[in-house]
Design a protein around this ligand. Structure first.
Ligand code: AHM
Ligand code: MG
Length: 335
């Protein structure tokens, strides 16, 4: 059986389902190429002088790492001239980046977290790039932040690339989830898993336990019951994993199941959570649902939330369906 490249996968999807317009295909290939460039920088580490802080802050008040800034630039430069995009938005940019007038304007909007899991860069633990693709709706001239404020269910495609022991691109265009492994010798993305499915049940949870005392009662109840193991109401022992890179945690869940929680907590009661809705939670929710899992904020489906700001935050519970359903039920019962 010959190897299926990303290009072939996209061409065949287009032929079979007819829903990948050429601009979208170009966009995905350009993002995948940019991820290859980022992977090269990540792999160089100290030899490439890419580690450490850039001594700047992003709009969320977080100190940017050099690789946050480099990855952001790589994605912008790769994407602005192809004619497939109207504008881009990023965790690392205060406002949107409109495609300059010297290039043709396309119909898509691209959002990304250029390097997720920044705290893991310098310690050589898996990190990643997350992206989400929206269509610019309406035929008005120009593009503004309002054009981006669409619910996650409107995404045309979403994915991430995890820079770990292997470099893996995970993608959905709304017809299931496919995984591509980077072949470093040929430089091509090779399909290594198609129609990814998350088991409905799991014995593994991921949450930053150090925040336990700050959680709301339903999250505490859920985790307490997991911790009680065989002797508790769940009658089974659970295992815990926390990489502190959402890409790596979600990748494990797509591979063998599990549940990931980054809930609201009372330290900052007015903030819905730590993670960002539009370029972290929505693309991951799209992938997880496409793989048969579930993603909510405890109250509603993440992809139904109508965003009101580009950098809006959200509480996140995603992964194996029966576990996400359970923790969501606990929230509803408490409301
Ligand atoms: P970042 O985008 O600034 O890297 O932050 C997002 C990351 C997620 O990848 C991860 O799940 C979470 O923050 C880890 O948070 P904590 O430091 O509380 O463990
Ligand atoms: Mg992030």
């Amino acid at each position: 059986m010959s190897r299926v490249s990303l290009t072939r996968y996209l061409v065949e999807q287009q032929r079979e389902h007819g829903h990948i317009p050429s601009q979208l295909r170009l966009l995905i290939e350009v993002v995948a190429r940019a991820c290859k460039h980022i992977a090269i920088s990540v792999n160089k580490g100290a030899l490439g002088e890419v580690l450490g802080s850039a001594d700047t802050e992003n709009i969320q008040g977080e100190v940017q790492k050099k690789l946050d800034v480099i990855s952001n630039e790589v994605l912008i430069e790769a994407n602005e001239w192809g004619g497939h995009l109207a504008a881009m938005a990023s965790e690392e940019m205060d406002s949107i980046h409109v495609v300059p007038h010297r290039y043709p304007q396309g119909e898509y909007l691209l959002l990304f977290d250029p390097l997720d899991g920044s705290s893991n860069i310098d310690v050589n633990v898996s990190i990643g790039t997350i992206f989400s693709v929206l269509r610019k709706v309406g035929h008005h001239r120009g593009v503004s932040e309002e054009d981006f404020l669409q619910p996650g269910r409107a995404q045309a495609a979403a994915g991430y690339c995890v820079y770990g022991p292997q470099t893996t691109l995970v993608l959905t265009v709304g017809e299931g989830v496919a995984m591509f492994t980077l072949d470093r010798e040929t430089g091509s993305w090779v399909l290594t898993q198609d129609r990814v499915q998350i088991p409905a049940d799991t014995k593994e949870f991921a949450i930053n336990m150090s925040n336990l005392r700050h959680w709301a009662a339903p999250v505490r109840q859920y985790i307490d019951e997991c911790l009680a193991g065989k002797d508790g109401p769940r009658s089974k022992d659970f295992n815990m994993r926390w990489v502190a890179s959402m890409v790596a945690d979600v990748h494990r869940i797509l591979t063998r199941g599990g549940v990931f929680l980054y809930p609201w907590d009372q330290r900052e009661p007015t903030k819905p959570g730590k993670l960002r809705l539009m370029y972290e939670a929505n693309p991951m929710a799209f992938l997880v649902e496409q793989a048969g899992g579930m993603a909510t904020n405890g109250e509603q489906r993440i992809m139904d939330i109508m965003p009101t700001a580009l950098h809006e935050r959200v509480s996140v519970m995603l992964g194996s369906k029966n576990e996400v359903q359970r923790v969501t039920d606990y929230h509803r019962q408490a409301a």
